[in-house]
Structure formats: C-alpha cells, structure tokens
Design a protein around this ligand. Structure first.
Ligand code: HMG
Ligand code: MG
Length: 298
C-alpha cells in the first residue's frame, strides 16, 4: 500500500551541483538552499565535507554550512566520509550528516578510495563521534541497481551493506541507483531483499534518472511502502565517479506524482518549480524537470 505521507530529501545543492564543471558561487548555493526551504522542503543536503581535490565544487562546504539562513523545521545535512569531514561539519553546526558506501567493490574504490569492508571500518568512528555530538547519521548505499564498472549487483549484496550501516547506527539507509539503470520490477526485488534486513520505514529511495526510469521505479517502491524520497530540483546533477550518470529524479516531478496519488508531501509545487527555473537559468543548465518546464511555460 502507498504511504500517506512522503518526506522528500532535497539533494540538489549537493548531488545536483557537485559535478558542475564551472565554479558556482557560494551565494548562489545559499540562495538555492533558502528558496528550497521556502518551498517547503524540510530536509536539505547542503554540502559535502570531502576532499576538494576529489570534488572541487564542494570546496566551499564550510562557507555554505556557516552561511545558511536557518529556517525552523528544516534539517541541513552534509556528507562526511571520514572523521575529518565530520569534525569540520560539526564545527560549522551541521544538523545531520551522511556516510556513503556502496554495494559494488569497484565503485567503492573509485568513489572513496577503499574497499566496502574498509569503508565500513572508517564509518564506525564517524558514527560513534556523531552520536556523542547528538547528530544523526544517514547511510547511503550506491549502485543498488547496477554499477558502472561491475554491471549487475546482487540484491543480497545491497541488503548486506544496508544492514551493516543500519546496525552501525544509521537512522536511515538511502538506496542509490547511482547510474539510473534500474527498472521497476528490479527495484522492487532489490527493496524486498533489503527490507528483510532493515525496516521499511528506515529506507529511502535515491534514484537517478539517467535512463528515464526514476519515476517508474519510485512508483514501484512507493507501492511497497517506501516513504522517503531523495530528489534534486530541476533534476540537477550527476556523479563525478559514475560517467554518464545524469541527475537525480527531479523534485518537481516527484511532487507532481505524489500530488496525483493523494500522498502528502507538504511542498509548494509552484514555488519549487520557480526555484528550478531560477537555478537552471542562473547556472546555465537545461531544466530536466518535465513538470518544471511545463509549469514555467504556462
Ligand atoms: P583518501 O585518498 O583515501 O584519503 O580519500 P586520505 O585520508 O589519504 O586523504 C586524501 C586527501 O584528501 C588528502 O589531501 C586529505 O587531506 C584530503 P592531500 O594530502 O592529497 O592534499 N582529505 C580531506 N579533505 C577535506 N575534507 C575531508 C578530507 N578527507 C581527506 N573530509 C576520501 C578518501 C573519502 C577523502 C576521498 O576519496 C574523497 O573525498 N572522495 C569524495 C567522493 C565523493 O564526494 N563522491 C561524490 C559523493 S557520493 C555520491 O554522489 C553518491 C550518492 O549520491 C548516492 C548515489 O547516487 O549512489 C551519495
Ligand atoms: Mg546520488
């Protein structure tokens, strides 16, 4: 059965922008985050405390996190792959952090320069320190429906890594179709395997739209009871370590789908679409939200 309410996690300022080749000003990022909050997003992934050599676009993570105009009821989170990233994020007053692992060995090596097992070892102290600081930790699993280097990924492997993150203390595990190769039945089967290890209400869907399947895949997992969806305004984005990957499913398109299904999200679609139009014009990118394009043509 479909959930009654869905929480959107807006990853545009991080996943959406991390791959942009031209530098984007901190002021633009801050304005984007503020507009997203005004549109009703309650959970915004604002920055990434990773190496600026690996992801130059996120090099201003401190300025972004410290420059936020905080809105009541909004959680501002950041990626923190290691203790160093976590300490910096805590200094900047982050509300919540995320560690990111993968169900693929090859992707893990390319993305965070270590094996899956090593990554879990690195995350353990991050979770421990975050707990001391009273900061919640989200866990990502990449390549849940395919890997750019290994191809097919077994659902059992996704379940295993998800379970490890959950047992380590991640309050939620976000399942990433990093390269958007999934299709609905495959997504359903993967989710079934994971849900045997991690409760359904602790799972989120993080689907990229590279092959145009993200909305269909979301429909499939919503039907199974997933109630947290990661998305990116205007469908911004791609992953620097997954060549050819396009952006996350567009937030506007997700909200339109949810509205049509009678599922509450608390988001103002008009304001969100206007934000998508504004950011794509500002950074000179096509708007990859069909709903956003349709609404802005009205
Ligand atoms: P490493 O080389 O194994 O670690 O990198 P290291 O400790 O040897 O450090 C290497 C360099 O990074 C050093 O600098 C460190 O100082 C620096 P150098 O000596 O070369 O000048 N460094 C840091 N700098 C700033 N903040 C830090 C930090 N840590 C080390 N926290 C590391 C390991 C994880 C750091 C590196 O591989 C990295 O930064 N990777 C970034 C990967 C990334 O951001 N990928 C994109 C996000 S994940 C994603 O998009 C998928 C997701 O959306 C879900 C999905 O769609 O599937 C979440
Ligand atoms: Mg992603």
């Amino acid at each position: 059965a479909f959930p009654q309410n869905v929480r959107l996690v807006e990853v545009g300022p991080r996943d959406g922008l991390q791959n942009e080749p031209e530098p984007i000003g901190t002021e633009t990022k801050l304005a984007l985050i503020d507009r997203l909050g005004a549109a009703g997003l309650t959970h915004i992934e604002a920055a990434s405390f990773v190496s600026p050599k690996w992801v130059p676009q996120m090099a201003d993570h401190r300025e972004v996190m410290q420059g936020l105009t905080r809105r009541q009821g909004v959680t501002y989170s950041a990626l923190t792959p290691n203790l160093r990233g976590l300490e910096a994020a805590l200094e900047c007053g982050v509300d919540e952090v995320a560690v990111f692992g993968a169900a693929s060995e090859a992707f893990s090596q390319k993305n965070i320069n270590c094996s899956v097992a090593e990554s879990l070892e690195r995350f353990a102290p991050v979770l421990e320190r975050a707990r001391e600081a009273n900061v919640r930790v989200r866990g990502y699993v990449s390549c849940v429906l395919g890997c750019p280097y290994e191809g097919e990924i077994a659902p059992a492997k996704v379940a295993e890594v998800s379970k490890a993150l959950y047992e380590m203390g991640c309050y939620e595990v976000s399942l990433g179709d990093t390269i958007g190769t999934g299709t609905p039945l495959k997504a359903k089967r993967m989710l079934e395997a994971v849900a045997r290890e991690v409760p359904m209400d602790k799972l989120a869907a993080h689907f990229h739209d590279t092959y145009g399947q993200a909305l269909a895949n979301l429909y499939a997992v919503l039907e199974e009871g997933v109630a947290v969806i990661d998305s990116s305004v205007a469908g911004l984005g791609g992953c620097p370590y997954a060549k050819g990957a396009s952006g996350n499913v567009a937030s506007e398109d997700v909200v339109y789908l949810l509205d049509g299904l009678g599922i509450e999200s608390g988001i103002d679609l008009e304001a969100l679409a206007a934000t998508g139009t504004w950011i794509t014009q500002t950074i000179g990118r096509p708007n990859r939200s069909k709903v956003g394009v349709a609404l802005s043509a009205k």
